[in-house]
Design a protein around this ligand. Structure first.
Ligand code: PMP
Length: 352
């Protein structure tokens, strides 16, 4: 094995997503997917696209989808980028906007993807402390830095930031790119998309995986100044100029156009989240306030890994992170009401 390759494999610890079980049927509350199917209009649009022109390459600049997103947000399409899931957009954003000689900032407990990508591209980063309840203090982001990435709400903590906090950060960091990762914004948080016209250094990244039930289709989107969009395009075209396939584009457009379905499913998820947050408290759990489609919970007397294992034995899969600071927490995605009732009933037996 070459030295280059052995050094790289030794230093590069890949991002490991939550388990996608093969075989056994679980109540699956471990990867923040939606428990509801996508809009029927999405399936219809994919069906039509399947019967149309699959022999032809897709539009490499995804104009129709970008136009649909632009209209949805009251922007022009030169402010919109799309990718195969928001992970792909983030993967392009790191080499596009951050450089090796400056330090990027993100919270100490956050999406594991960020440190993995920073390391892959040889970027320095500082993890900014959060308080004991994982709250983000915006003051700590007003120091010299080479770029910032903030997930709002944060994952896996579910903590959300207020628009006022984010606008302070944006104002103080006009010379570098601030990425706000809004993967979970549609479950009650306040989006900063309206700020993209005001701050040319702001890139907002969103996904159709969670609030639009399309994790399997792999569609993410980013909104920002045309120069930032151009930066992402340069990186994208170096890898693969055809980003999304025809089916993904057709499904994504239909989803964004079906506002009523989107609102109705998200309303259900939020109502279930609030109900389950309350139901966990009498069992002794501490629940971090959430504006996401998941809860981050801990029990003062019962070991989190043990609860994880016992739930798994009972056919319920949640997420456990064996990492400093959060090794006594579980992240639980919001399922249907029936799934969550079963979760609470099993948990009550485990806690005893
Ligand atoms: N950002 C955050 C904070 C996430 O939790 C996830 C989901 N794992 C993503 C981005 C990526 O989602 P996707 O690639 O499905 O759009």
């Amino acid at each position: 094995m070459s030295k280059y390759w052995s050094d790289l494999t030794a230093s590069l610890v890949p991002y490991v997503p939550g388990e996608q079980p093969k075989g056994q049927q679980y109540i699956k509350l471990n990867t923040n997917e939606s428990p509801y199917p996508p809009s029927p209009k999405v399936l219809e649009a994919i069906h039509v696209a399947t019967n149309a022109d699959l022999r032809l390459y897709p539009d490499p600049t995804c104009d129709k989808l970008r136009e649909t997103i632009a209209q949805y947000y009251g922007l022009t399409k030169d402010r919109v980028f799309v990718g195969n899931g928001s992970d792909e957009i983030l993967a392009f954003a790191f080499p596009a906007f951050f450089s090796a000689d400056k330090t990027i900032l993100f919270p100490d407990v956050t999406y594991t993807f960020y440190p993995v990508y920073a390391k892959l591209y040889g970027l320095r980063f500082n993890t900014v402390p959060t308080d004991e309840e994982f709250r983000i203090n915006e003051e700590l982001y007003l120091v010299p830095n080479g770029g910032i990435i903030l997930p709002n709400p944060n994952a896996p903590t579910a903590r959300f930031m207020l628009v006022e906090q984010l606008s302070r950060i944006l104002q103080a960091n006009r010379d570098q790119v601030v990425i706000v990762d809004e993967a979970y914004i549609d479950f009650g948080g306040d989006s900063v998309v309206p700020f993209v016209k005001e701050y040319p250094n702001l890139l907002v990244v969103q996904t159709l995986s969670k609030s639009r039930s399309l994790a399997g289709l792999r569609v993410g989107m980013a909104m920002g100044h045309p120069d930032l969009i151009e930066g992402l395009n340069r990186i994208k075209n170096s890898f693969n100029s055809y980003t999304l396939d025809r089916l993904a584009m057709a499904g994504a457009i239909a989803s964004i156009e079906d506002q009523a379905y989107f609102e109705e499913t998200n309303r259900k998820v939020v109502a279930t989240r609030e109900r389950i947050s309350e139901a966990l408290k009498p069992l002794g759990f501490h629940v971090i306030e959430s504006k996401a489609n998941f809860l981050f919970i801990t029990h003062p007397r019962k070991d989190a890994q043990q609860i994880f294992n016992e739930l798994k034995n009972r056919g319920i899969l949640v997420r456990y992170f064996n990492k400093p600071r959060i090794d006594q927490f579980l992240r639980v995605s919001i399922g249907t009401d029936e799934e969550m009732d079963r979760f609470i009933a099993e948990l009550a037996m485990i806690i005893g």
